[in-house]
Design a protein around this ligand. Structure first.
Ligand code: TRP
Length: 467
């Protein structure tokens, strides 16, 4: 049976990915982002190194990857937006609300993600046009603090980041997303390899490798396990329908277990490589590895200011990080655009403009409320017994609540609505064997281990907030 989403003659033809590699690179572009390069290294470093990495790998393999494959299957079967795909597979049921929740989640994530992407862009510009100065770590911290607590600059760079995202999406999946991913993703890998070589050849680099990979299971608590699970979700871009949307633009041939595993493998490799890029340099310059969230924006710039050719290396680093953030932002905004195009027959141009502007309604307040000293930093919103600033609220709301709930609903959809026969046939692809052990293993995990794992993060995450 054909379920092409462009059945209506009034709709523009749905031009999808022209090549399989284009789709895989776009999906890797979505997965690889600030989560890998900015967050993963410092969280792993602070949580027992290799011990944390080990737990993270388990979370990816048994929870996030099964959900990723499920999202691919839902999208490819539906050939419609995240909302429409649920309607195609299970007409007349309320499961499409899962897709709608995903669209709402996109706004919440993009509000803070675009702010941080703006900071990255600012640092790339600083590197290119004025260099990183002669900063100690303290001075570098003061520079960063003054920047993010300002008014015009952070918003200006956030606008640029959103504009870049909109500027790609407006050209469509084939002409925009696929074309950009095919150029930028290989470039990103290449620059990253050069940066790792630079970092590993600094005198004293070995200490950083030892620190990152020391397996200290003593530092692993229940908290680290939940951190690892939440991070696996965010890093693989699952739980909001971004991957449903991308897969809806793909033809039926490939086996989705293979595709999903490739994407998850590359994403994880980049996260670990990011650690290899950052920590050898941190140790070579005698900096504090436990730099926390400031590691990338405070510690690294002060290293670039001392390192030979540091300005070039630093500019390349931030440009690379911006590319990673950009391809992720594209995958967060595209589901909103696809939804407007598929479900409300809005044309792509206006749909892109409307959703880009709508993102700013939440995004600018988030950008201006990063810390108590920021222009809107004093606004506190009550949340589960405590209260949070707007930026932190968006981060917490999406990571602790909306993504896990979205992922859980998808697992339940597979288990109770779509069921194994239909889902397995889709995952196998044309000519594939839906009875293979890998496919059955996937389905079993997607309806047992994955939802259980998600319920556990949800409950403990919420308990943690209430406490
Ligand atoms: N995975 C990206 C990162 O690691 C962020 C991201 C892109 C994302 N699309 C998403 C997170 C969809 C959740 C849902 O930075």
């Amino acid at each position: 049976m054909s379920v092409a989403g462009n059945a209506s003659p009034t709709r523009d033809p749905r031009l999808g990915f022209a090549t399989r590699i284009g789709f895989v690179l776009a999906a890797v572009g979505s997965a690889v982002g600030l989560g890998n390069v900015w967050r993963f290294p410092y969280v792993a470093g602070e949580n027992g190194g290799a011990a944390f990495i080990f737990i993270y790998l388990l979370c990816v393999a048994f929870v996030a990857l099964p959900v990723l494959i499920g999202e691919f299957a839902i999208g490819r079967r539906g050939q419609r937006s995240a909302v429409g795909s649920f309607r195609v597979i299970s007409p007349g049921t309320p499961w499409w609300l899962t897709g709608l929740l995903g669209v709402a989640t996109a706004f919440v994530i993009l509000s803070f993600y675009s702010a941080v992407a703006g900071w990255v862009l600012h640092y790339a510009m600083v590197g290119a046009f004025s260099g990183f100065g002669e900063y100690t770590r303290e001075e570098s911290g003061a520079f960063f603090g003054a920047f993010i607590e300002g008014f015009g600059q952070p918003v200006f760079y956030q606008l640029l980041a959103v504009l870049a995202t909109v500027g790609v999406i407006v050209f469509g999946v084939h002409g925009g997303i696929e074309r950009v991913s095919k150029v930028l993703m290989p470039a990103l890998f290449f620059v990253m390899l050069l940066l790792i070589l630079r970092s590993l050849t600094l005198p004293g680099a070995a200490e950083g490798i030892v620190w990152l990979f020391r397996p200290d299971f003593g530092e692993i608590g229940l908290g680290s396990v939940f951190d690892a699970l939440g991070m696996a979700f965010f890093s693989l871009s699952v739980g909001m329908g971004a991957m449903i949307t991308y897969a809806s633009y793909v033809s039926r041939e490939s086996n989705l277990v293979t595709t999903g595993t490739t994407v998850a493998g590359l994403d994880t490799a980049v996260a670990i490589l990011a650690g290899l890029m950052i920590f050898p340099a941190v140790f070579a310059f005698g900096m504090d590895p436990a730099g926390g969230p400031g590691l990338v924006f405070v510690t690294l710039p002060s290293i670039f200011s001392e390192m030979p050719a540091g300005r070039l290396v630093g500019t390349a680093f931030f440009a690379m990080l911006f590319v990673a953030a950009l391809t992720s932002m594209i995958s967060i905004l595209e589901p909103v655009v696809t939804c407007l195009v598929d479900e409300w027959s809005v044309r792509r141009g206006p749909a892109t403009t409307i959703s880009g502007l709508a993102i700013l309604v939440l995004g600018i307040p988030a950008c201006l409320s990063v810390s108590p000293g920021a222009p809107l930093g004093q606004i506190m919103i009550p949340f589960f017994g405590g209260s949070l600033g707007i930026f932190d609220l968006m981060d917490t709301l999406s990571n602790k609540l909306m993504l896990p709930i979205g992922g859980l609903l998808m697992c339940l959809f597979l288990a109770f609505s779509w069921k194994s026969r239909g889902a397995l046939a889709e995952v196998a692809g044309t000519g594939g064997n839906p009875d293979s052990i890998w496919l059955r293993g996937w389905f079993w995990m997607a309806v047992t281990v994955a939802p259980l794992g998600i319920v556990i993060i949800l409950v403990t995450g919420l308990l943690d907030l209430v406490r």
